[in-house]
Design a protein around this ligand. Structure first.
Ligand SMILES: NC(=O)c1ccc[n+]([C@@H]2O[C@H](COP(=O)([O-])OP(=O)(O)OC[C@H]3O[C@@H](n4cnc5c(N)ncnc54)[C@H](O)[C@@H]3O)[C@@H](O)[C@H]2O)c1
Length: 145
């Protein structure tokens, strides 16, 4: 059912991939563009978004890329500003950048488990992006307005 995100602006972090093929961020960016969203694709590695761009170009979707390390607050602010500059609003925020360590709770080493419990930087980046965009949402109004 195409068109479910028609005229929406979606910011997707980690929209590249560590290799060729599909990662979660690339898949999200391409699917959202296919559904009609204007996608603001963000990654710390600009080169990794080339395939994302190519896949969206195949069906003529709308996508712009932006380089940003989402663990850096100044860069996140610049990312939000750049998205606003490009598309004027943010309706959907996908905080895809994250991290994990091998092994479940019962198998991880003590130091890895402790590190996981201390709000890791990816939690901070998700919080920071959402916080920034929530404040932004309050300023520009809800997507349905
Ligand atoms: N692949 C899996 O099996 C799997 C399973 C569960 C959860 N996840 C989670 O999904 C998310 C994406 O994983 P994936 O394997 O699909 O993607 P991936 O590792 O293939 O790609 C992640 C992208 O994020 C970018 N990135 C990393 N750190 C960044 C930062 N600080 N700022 C901006 N961009 C950054 C990388 O350059 C890369 O292009 C991660 O949070 C991961 O923990 C993945």
């Amino acid at each position: 059912m195409p068109g479910r995100l028609q005229n929406k602006v979606a910011l997707v972090t980690g929209a590249g991939c560590i290799g060729p093929g599909w990662g979660n961020g690339r898949a999200t960016a391409v699917l959202f563009a296919r559904e009609g969203a204007k996608v603001f694709a963000v990654d710390k590695n600009g080169e990794s978004m080339k395939e994302t761009l190519d896949r969206v170009a195949e069906f003529g979707g709308t996508i712009k890329t932006h380089e940003c390390d989402v663990t850096q607050s100044a860069s996140v602010k610049a990312m939000i500003d750049a998205c606003l500059e490009a598309f004027g609003r943010i309706d959907v925020m996908v905080n895809n950048v994250g991290g994990s360590a091998a092994g479940g709770g019962g198998y991880q080493s003590h130091s890895v488990a402790v590190r996981s419990m201390r709000a890791p930087r990816w939690v901070f980046s998700a919080w920071w992006s959402s916080h920034k965009s929530s404040r932004l949402a309050a300023e520009v109004g809800p997507p349905w307005a």
